[in-house]
Design a protein around this ligand. Sequence first.
Ligand code: NAD
Ligand code: NW8
Length: 534
Amino acid sequence: MAQNGTTENGVADGIPALPFPQPVKVQEVRHTKIFIGNEWHTSSRGRTFPTFNPATCVKICDVEEADKEDVDKAVEAAKAAGQRGSLWRRMDASSRGRLLHTLADLMERDRLLLAVGSLPTLETLDTGKPFLQAFFIDLEGSIKTLRYYAGWADKIHGKSLPVDESFVCLTKHEPIGVCGAIIPWNFPLLMFMWKIAPALSCGNTVVIKPAEQTPLTALHVGSLINEGITSLGIPHTNMSGLPSQAGFPPGVVNIVPGFGLTAGAAIASHMDINKVAFTGSTEVGQLIKEAAAKSNLKRVTLELGGKNPCIVFADCDLQLAVEETQKGAFYNQGQCCTAASRVFVEKSIYEEFVRRSIENAKRIVTGDPLDPQTSHGPQIDRKQFDKIMDLIESGKKEGARLEYGGAAVGEKSLFIEPTIFSEVKDHMRIAKEEIFGPVQCIFSFESQQEVIERANSSKYGLVSAVFTTSMDRAMSVSAALETGTVWINCYNALHAQTPFGGYKMSGNGRELGKYALAEYSEVKAVTIKLSKTL
Ligand code: NAD
Ligand code: NW8
């Protein structure tokens, strides 16, 4: 390790060369309460819940637990903040953009240097993800998402329509109102931003529930939303009494840490929430849509699981395909909706591909997530750990060949070795079920027609990837794949500009890009009849 807070060596793939940032020691966790109306609240039922560090299984702190009553309070604050005549509704759209940029600025400040812990350190403690990944991917993606939607705020507008000349028809893009969001534990900060950034850009207000495993970074962002009010020192109103860009008015963002069956269900069925956005399991996604239908038919967007196929043709750049598919399988300990969980390799290069994949896996560094050398951390909790170990056992029993890993690391920890199975067959559980762990399944195929059918024979349709040097093949295969994203010669290549979402049971609607704006706006058609035409 070098002297000045940097380390010398390469870490995970795709991470830039020197110098690397270092984690900042978190002395105490400052923000552990429910955030409503820009104030910190204790739980209505007087309850708290613990959050753990998955790398050590030691409790980090207790957090105030939001339940139905707290969600009600948050919705009331959000409704008041977004009603006609409110500061938020009267604000110039460019000021909304400015506020999102201010939040991005504060996140940049807290990315590394902050008296009490940095955001990537806090994210590392709460999720167990390697520090440099939190720093370079979660923080980078979160800030980019905020800035992307900051730019849209004053560029969202309707049209005037060419009807017969006795009418003027125009469309206006209005906010939907109170937007609920329920997010998972695999990318706590990033998912927080994927939800709030487009919602706020369109002028909505938000009630968001972080996952019970990972509430801490969301609450830290609550403190930044609060700080944004005063940090610029600009008064709340301008000379005409109109709201200025100083801060987020109270109630625009409300954060309710708590459990799914209580706080989450209260959001999904709330009569005053007009839209709910969910990321998580397919089963819970179905419950959310049901609750939305049975309450007030609120709009629903869902980002659910995947059993994502990668197709590796013999004409590909083999080393690139080996590295990208494996990064796709093991990234974030396999806890990604985008995990590359079915790798189909053309028969003529199959053995070489498996051999090189094993070699590649040997370079993974498993260890303390706060150590910048580490590229592989623990799973999030015991429930996920057990589910993954059970699926690994099923793979062995059903006759897949265990090529690498396959065991837990240590006695009581939540670490699982990066695991590679070859000779996987389509009927096996590991070929069909979402594993959400560091398990790469390699299949072999003989023809293009055959592999397309097998790739598509899944209830999921989130992402897929094709590795080939033939542009013809890349285009025709990508046209045939039933997934919301197709990556060609790359993996996990996400951008704030590019829409992301699933076909089939991987979800409804799109996040990111311009497409997400439609999910956060109501379109009003105003038709004016002219009394006379010239
Ligand atoms: P989950 O779907 O239960 O949790 C996701 C979020 O939904 C959390 O905030 C949770 O509190 C909330 N929730 C749970 N039950 C709810 C309910 N009835 N009503 C409203 N909200 C509710 O996921 P999990 O139990 O943490 O993980 C189970 C599996 O889900 C994983 O093994 C994985 O396969 C999948 N998963 C997918 C993603 C993804 O990014 N698509 C993320 C996490 C988990
Ligand atoms: C939003 C996201 C990103 C980004 C970059 C690199 C690797 C993996 C992910 C990723 C704006 C800009 C950049 C990733 C993130 C979330 C999931 C899976 C992979 N995102 N990235 Cl669910």
